[in-house]
Design a protein around this ligand. Sequence first.
Ligand SMILES: NC(=O)c1ccc[n+]([C@@H]2O[C@H](COP(=O)([O-])OP(=O)(O)OC[C@H]3O[C@@H](n4cnc5c(N)ncnc54)[C@H](O)[C@@H]3O)[C@@H](O)[C@H]2O)c1
Ligand SMILES: Cc1ncc(CO)c(C(=O)O)c1O
Length: 311
Amino acid sequence: MSSLPSIATVIGSGTMGPGIAATLARAGATVRLYDISEDAIARAEAAYGVVQGVLAAVDSPSAPGGSVSFGTDLDAALEGTELIIEAVPEKLELKQKVFADLEARIGDEVIIATNTSGIPITTMAESLRVPGRLIGMHWSNPPHLIPMIEIIPGQATDEALVGQLVDIVKAFNYVPVLEKEIPGFVENRVLYAILRECMALLEEGIVTPEGLDACVKWGIGYKLSVIGPTRLLDMAGLDIYQAVSSYLNKDLDVSTDTPQFIKDKIAEGKLGFKSNGGMYEYGEGDVDAKRKEIVTGLIAARKTLSSIPNV
Ligand SMILES: NC(=O)c1ccc[n+]([C@@H]2O[C@H](COP(=O)([O-])OP(=O)(O)OC[C@H]3O[C@@H](n4cnc5c(N)ncnc54)[C@H](O)[C@@H]3O)[C@@H](O)[C@H]2O)c1
Ligand SMILES: Cc1ncc(CO)c(C(=O)O)c1O
């Protein structure tokens, strides 16, 4: 755990911040979780116990001395910090304002890692006093359960920082995936390619939502959780891939915009779990039950996947 910073600060305690803070703290870091919203901090404090239980259940690496403190005082959150992880909403101007507020308070040696889902690091760094300190650190949701982090240097990122962040990620036993900068990074490019085809199949009435979920979960997710797409091609045979891709690729969806039926749902206020309806409808208590089922499933799957060889 020697590469782990002693003190780290997480900026933004919404969906991602608390799980990120808890993961670092369990590995031994003193973590300060900061938000501008008192309500968000209160929610994060309430959720922290649950997240700690989940980390214990998956046997997440643990070292003594770690802690999370919660607050809306930025100066206090930054005192002595070595690593800042920014997890505020995905808006370039907001992130750049946050970076300016941070840089007014920290020394040049402090690392800023951004959890952006895909805004180019190079663009974000343009407004920084010390552009070399900014690097992409894309956690996957839920961050305390998915043990993989994409690391994306921008054009201005210090070369030494790349290796340093790789070592930090390894120190809490996550898998660092180093990438070149590209919109959406690798994980979301693959996910959005899958989602584009899925939404087109639904829109054309080819399959029901239930059928689609079962097909992707068992036919694709189950297999890919064990072998990965590159190895899958070796298992299937490159000749089979050529035979199928030669007629299928030209038939796949290539739309460049969000599907109209998704836009219509959003216009009706159907956003998913957060509005008790989206792709599916949810009655009283259904969303909480589904959330629990998802966490239980992810815990069980992570334990299993951690216990089998990387093939
Ligand atoms: N939600 C996901 O599944 C997910 C996954 C990977 C990456 N990300 C990325 O992580 C980042 C955060 O996403 P999220 O889903 O946690 O967002 P969120 O909206 O749930 O939470 C953001 C938090 O930031 C706070 N905030 C707003 N302005 C602030 C400021 N100036 N200073 C401090 N805090 C401020 C808000 O009060 C809120 O609590 C985004 O860049 C997002 O794209 C999200
Ligand atoms: C649909 C979707 N879009 C973005 C993200 C975060 O980058 C996720 C996720 O689960 O992490 C997602 O599911």
